[in-house]
Write a new protein. Structure first.
Length: 91
């Protein structure tokens, strides 16, 4: 009976560790995306570019697109880059 309890305790600890790790990763991704929109060009209606590989590694396309839509900006993909047009006007 003791071994079964120890096994459950170890699994519980593993799940807690994975949950904390995943939560930290989500916060890092969120911060990375928020940091994009702190660029000076954002407030001036300019353009911000990010490498496609960096977006996929650090924040994810869906999260980036969600933030772009929330701000009513425009997102383009060309070659290996995402280009964010920080202007609410029509294209």
């Amino acid at each position: 009976m003791l071994a079964k309890h120890d096994s459950r305790s170890a699994m519980s600890g593993l799940w807690k560790s994975l949950l904390v790790s995943q939560t930290e990763r989500i916060l890092e991704m969120s911060e990375w995306i928020n940091n994009i929109f702190r660029a000076g060009a954002v407030n001036k209606g300019g353009v911000v570019r990010r490498q496609k590989a960096d977006v996929l590694k650090n924040g994810g396309y869906k999260a980036l697109l969600k933030e772009v839509k929330k701000r009513h900006f425009h997102l383009l993909r060309t070659g290996g880059q995402y280009i964010i047009i920080c202007n609410k006007g029509d294209l």
